[in-house]
Design a protein around this ligand. Sequence first.
Ligand code: ADP
Length: 459
Amino acid sequence: MLIVYNPATGEEVGRVAQNTTHQVKAAVDRACAAFPAWSSRLAKERSDLLRHWHDAVKADKEAFAELLCRENGKCLSEARGEIDYGLGFIEWYAEEAKRVYGDTIPTHDRNANVLVTKEAIGPVAAITPWNFPFMMITRKVGTALAAGCTMVIKPAEDTPLTAFKLLEYARKAGIPEGVLEVVAGDPREIGLILTGDPRIRKISFTGSTGVGKLLAAQCAASIKKMTLELGGNAPFIVFQDADLDEAVKGLVGAKLRNSGQVCISPNRIFVQHSILEDFIQRVQHAVAGIEVDQGLREGFVVGPLVNQAGFDKVVRLVEAAKAAGASVLMGGRPHAKGGLFYEPTVLTGLRDDSPLATEEIFGPVFAIYSFKDEEEVIARANQTEFGLVAYAYTSALGRSLRLSRQLEAGMVILNSGSVGTASVPFGGIKQSGYGREGSYYGIEEYVQVKYVLMGGAHL
Ligand code: ADP
């Protein structure tokens, strides 16, 4: 039995049965058996079922928000935001299901027509992380089901309850057994079953780069397609010509979301040296006004880190920074509340090769660096194996254009701290992964192109 604890209180939130190898294989069998009928349903029928699922979950949004808050630790307002964000994917793909168009190509043969069709790739599987237990599921399932794929999903062991509740609502909405299956158990063993089964035609994974590489290696044996959304090390660049009020607002919102446990969280904050002191003071002022607390209450609060490993990592990174001579201007230690709470921290004076700069922090730590000019900061921002998102604040149009072209990231966000929504292609380059989720690009990941030559017309 998998016991799920509330990271804010340590209390048990619920239990989930651990599936045996046999049960996981049976779920894969059901997904494979359901594929022919599901993929040949009319797009409108799949769309309607997704829409029913969306409406059923939306009607019980508060129950989902409370569960999310209890199993993940994020506050209620963030949980509600995640549900709106996540429902957006079901809604978007219920619509997009009807728009998977093909092509006709001007023929090279007078007696033939050349067509390109797009077909569902097959039964697929997904492995998801704990930081967005609701949205990570809906983003993958909504897209797969819309395209005509069936899906087996393995949620993170810290937060499986939301996934099983979503499954329950999917069944109530009429999404049949086999079309969506959720499994829980030993991650390594389930990973081996899902990647090793040649009938599963694609794996969508969001999580650490290390596990992503392992799964990619396992998928190589059957040449399985993958979507990989892995770690990030986002630069957040503030130029002296930026609107500083907006930059501070964008930074604090993006950094403290989910206590910093987000792959697109600003990891390295580069501030032009002429405004460094002013900017740091503004950040400190903004952060000082934010409470740290358990999340089952109204208003935004910074919650706990999700588990001991996450907490220990933040402690290790900040301690290493202190030992390397960083100036800690705020926080820098576990919060007096105890448990998994860590103080929102602002520090500066670090080198670019310190662990805080090279590793993904995944905690409420603002690590601020200064820079002299544009050329220097672009080079430093790109000095990472990751390439998920890059943020920059500037009021200069030419510079915005240069940044959008030169920053090595799948997503460049200028003068805003807000990235995700259903209508945009989310994803990275370099070791942050490949493939996109959201928008019409997202559904392309679940279809395969078929070229059909219809010859013999004897015109
Ligand atoms: P994090 O460090 O953020 O928890 P992980 O990459 O370890 O990130 O976890 C993301 C997801 O990958 C979770 O669902 C986890 O259970 C799963 N996972 C971890 N190790 C493996 C593995 N060896 N094979 C398959 N899935 C795994």
